[in-house]
Each structure stands twice: as C-alpha cells, then as structure tokens.
Design a protein around this ligand. Structure first.
Ligand code: NAP
Length: 256
C-alpha cells in the first residue's frame, strides 16, 4: 500500500530536475502522474522510467504561461485518469540580472512562467477538485522569495507564490483542498548548474562556495524536495494548509 494509492497528480516542469524527481516520487507512492513540460521528449523519457517501474504516467507538452495550453493539459490529465487530486506547480525559469540591466522581457517571462503559470494551473485544476471535495496543490517557492541579488524578477515571483498559496488555502479550504508551498534553497539541478556557467565557474566550485553558507554544509538534491512535496500531497498532511516549508538545509538557506 502506497500513501498515494488511487490518487492522480499533475506535475509541471516534470521533464527534469525537481519536477522529474517529484513525478517519480509521487508515482513510487502509488499515484498516477501526468507530466507537463515545454520539453515533451523529456517528459516522455521520465514517463517511460515511471512505467518501467510499474506505475502509470502520461507525458504532455505544455507551456504553463499559456492559458489555453494549461486548460487543455489539465483537461487531458483529468480525462485520461478520470479525476485530478494533486497539482504540483513546479515549472520555472531564471533570467537573472541586476535591476539596471533587467529587461522588460526578463521580468515578464519569469513572472509569466512562475506566477501566472501557477495561477492558470490552479484555476484549471480546482474545477476538478472542488466538485470532488478533495485536492492538494503544492507550489515551488524559493529562499529567493526572501530577497536575492540579481533576482528581482524571480524573487518577486517566488514571494508572489507565497501570497497566492495562502490566499488559495483560504478560498479552497472549505472544499477539502489544501494549498501549500515548498521553498527550496540551493538544489543540484540544471538550473543551478546553468547559473554557475553564467558566472564563469564550475558547478562544483559554485556548490562548494554555497555549501559554506548552509547549516548542513551541503547543497540539496531534487529527491530531498520531492519527499517534502509528497508529504504535502499525502493525507499525512491533511490538516496542513497555507504553509511554506523551507527545504534549504537550514533555517535561512543561503545568506549571500
Ligand atoms: P530545471 O532543472 O531548470 O527544470 C525546470 C523545468 O521547467 C524544465 O524542464 C523546463 O523546461 C520547465 N519549464 C520552463 N518553462 C516552462 C513553461 N513555460 N511551461 C512548462 N514547463 C516549463 O529547474 P529546477 O531546478 O528543477 O526547478 C524546479 C522548480 O523549483 C522551479 O520552480 C524553480 O524555481 C524551483 N526552485 C529551484 C531551486 C534550485 O536550487 N534548483 C531552488 C528553489 C526553487 P525546458 O527545459 O524546456 O526549459
């Protein structure tokens, strides 16, 4: 018996990194998982791994910032599996720059993927969750919500997600839907490796430097975020809503 037996989940940004780890984790606990991402081939690869491990997975191409694409994706997941219990808003990008160099496009794209994307997905998903009087929505915030040099766009989006989380928890609680966020610190994914490359240092040097500012003295792995998301998606967290759980190896994450 898995904690998520019989549940249906949709994970965005599931082609790699934290999203792929989350899809694998939810499936390993018994959920049927729809994987949505810009990168359809990446989704297909992760879905094939999940299927090989004995669970059902549905890969879907989707740009979470596109309202009609989101509607189609959520409808496809719910129609394929017969319902939708769990939504994980994970898709994300970074376009870092100091404010004087940040373009309108840097700002708009980051806000559109993280914040508009989570809004669109939650709005589409709640249409299935409200009549069922059950749902779990988990969104990826970040320690950057507390402020991070060069990330005015990303920080604003991740702080906005915390407000969205608390508000949806209030609005949807009466329908048996919990809404929470996880806020990772430094996790070893393509996103943080690309940041190292942009800074002109190796990912290993970047990770070693960051580790010195983390209480546990190491960076995190995608599976260590996925396990917290799985908890929030499960009935072990049935009375937890409107919360932000920092998954950062310490109380404050990285202090740059
Ligand atoms: P990642 O490795 O870069 O993966 C992000 C995934 O999201 C990619 O597969 C990407 O597809 C997809 N994506 C981007 N834009 C999309 C869109 N418009 N629609 C659908 N999918 C889209 O990132 P990650 O590190 O796993 O991060 C996952 C989430 O955790 C993000 O929300 C991120 O902000 C958050 N987070 C990460 C860290 C960290 O240290 N890694 C820390 C705090 C929070 P493409 O490859 O096609 O672009």
């Amino acid at each position: 018996m898995g904690r998520l037996d019989g549940r249906v989940a949709l994970v965005t940004g599931a082609a790699r990194g934290i999203g792929a780890a989350t899809a694998r984790r939810l499936a390993s606990e018994g959920a049927h998982v729809a994987l949505a991402d810009l990168d359809e081939q990446g989704c297909q690869k992760v879905a094939a791994e999940i299927a090989a491990a004995g669970s059902e997975a549905l890969p879907l191409a989707c740009d979470v910032s596109d309202a009609s694409a989101v509607q189609q994706t959520v409808d496809a997941a719910a129609s394929h599996f017969g319902k939708l219990d769990i939504l994980v808003n994970n898709a994300g990008i970074i376009r870092d720059n100091l404010i004087h160099k940040m373009s309108d496009d840097d700002w708009d794209r980051v806000l559109n993927v993280h914040l508009r994307g989570a809004f669109l997905c939650a709005r589409a998903a709640q249409k299935y969750m409200v009549p069922a009087k059950y749902g779990r929505i988990v969104s990826l915030s970040s320690t950057s919500a507390l402020g991070n040099r060069g990330q005015a766009n990303y920080s604003a989006a991740k702080a906005g997600l915390q407000g969205l989380t608390r508000t949806l928890a209030i609005e949807l609680g009466r329908f048996g839907i919990t809404v929470n966020a996880v806020a990772p610190g430094f996790i070893d994914t393509d996103m943080t490796r690309a940041t190292a490359e942009r800074m002109g240092i190796t990912p290993e040097a970047f990770q070693a430097g960051a580790s010195q500012h983390i209480a546990l003295q190491r960076i995190g792995q995608p599976s260590e975020v996925a396990s917290v998301i799985a908890f929030l998606a499960s009935d072990d967290a049935s009375y937890v809503s409107g919360q932000v759980i920092y998954v950062a190896g310490g109380p404050a994450g990285i202090l740059m």
